[in-house]
Design a protein around this ligand. Structure first.
Ligand SMILES: [Zn+2]
Length: 327
């Protein structure tokens, strides 16, 4: 069975396929683009094709040769994956382990593939140590890095990679792909998922659109019925929903971005916009920008903070009081 390539990534796959066809595999590849579009899978497909003993005519891994079987079982000695644990970055210890492995020869005859996911989470010491590996990766070794925040990678790392920058996604292909899964309300789901097709499918399966609409109404009520709604109860109820706290904050970010875009004169587009347009006049742009910053910071904190309730309460209280004059 060949590994599938998401249809909207075909133009980017063609660049990688070209390397395979020419048998000129770069020492380092950096794949960047927004979250939830299949960058990691693209990187894995490329690694799989390089490792495969009998790739297809389209240069996709066959899925059943010895190398493919080992890779699929997670036991291929020349396929190394480095990824951060949830809420943590890539630290110096994991980089040191990697460098120690890279100092040894690849075990098989072919190319060794190293995949580093969320490469932006390399902390400064780890990134510094890793640079040595990137400069001298050892024989027959390719490093593929994946990130949705390339600006956080030191320029010294970025400049050493062939850069596959995923910018344009074919919307028609995304629509067709989602339709296969009987996804309805595609535009609303894609808006909620910040344009990510993989998240849109996940949100569809979890029925998140209805939930987000309900939470959006509650979020608005914090301003429109200020003083009559209990912020603590709302925060408590939100955290009981079958959705990660980080996604809740993603949604607040999304609503704020829509609100900011309305401020900048963009036309009403998403289902949330009409209601946002109505509350716009109560708010000032500068306050809104500051609040957006608080939510972004909260989004970082929520990954590590144990007291999510307190964090969410603080953000909801701040929202309810934006633009209210005290004393
Ligand atoms: Zn194979």
């Amino acid at each position: 069975m060949a590994e599938p390539i998401y249809p909207w990534l075909t133009p980017y796959w063609q660049t990688l396929e070209h390397y395979l066809r020419q048998q000129r595999i770069p020492q380092a590849v950096l794949i960047t683009g927004r979250a939830g579009i299949g960058k990691r899978q693209l990187a894995e497909c490329f690694a799989a094709s390089v490792l495969c003993e009998r790739p297809s005519e389209a240069w996709l891994a066959c899925g059943h040769c010895h190398a493919c079987v080992l890779r699929r079982a997670g036991t291929h000695p020349d396929f190394i994956v480095l990824e951060p644990e949830a809420g943590k970055g890539l630290g110096i210890d994991s980089v040191r382990d990697l460098l120690a492995r890279m100092a040894l020869k690849p075990q098989f005859e072919g190319q060794r593939m190293i995949l580093i996911d969320a490469a932006d989470t390399l902390n400064p010491a780890a990134a510094n140590a890793f640079l040595k590996g990137l400069e001298e990766p050892g024989e027959r070794t390719t490093i593929i890095m994946v990130t949705d925040k390339p600006a956080r990678l030191p320029i010294t790392i970025r400049s050493r990679c062939q850069h596959i920058q995923i910018t344009e996604l074919d919307q028609a292909q995304i629509q067709t792909w989602l339709a296969q899964y009987q996804v309805t309300q595609v535009d609303a789901l894609l808006a909620l998922a910040n344009g990510s097709p993989l998240r849109a499918l996940d949100y569809h399966e979890k029925n998140y659109l209805a939930l987000a609409e309900q939470l959006f109404d509650e979020w608005l009520s914090l301003r429109c019925e200020r003083g009559h709604v209990n912020v603590v109860k709302i925060a408590e109820n939100w955290l009981k929903q079958p959705v990660d706290a980080v996604i809740l904050l993603d949604w607040i970010c999304l609503w704020l971005v829509r609100l900011l875009k309305l401020f900048y004169g963009e036309k009403v587009q998403t289902g949330f916009d009409s209601a946002l347009q109505e509350i716009k006049s109560q708010l000032e742009l500068a306050q809104l920008c500051r609040y957006y910053q608080s939510v972004l910071e909260g989004r970082q904190l929520v990954l590590t903070q144990s007291n999510q309730q307190l964090l969410l309460e603080k953000l909801l209280i701040e929202w309810s009081q934006l633009g209210v004059k005290h004393g």
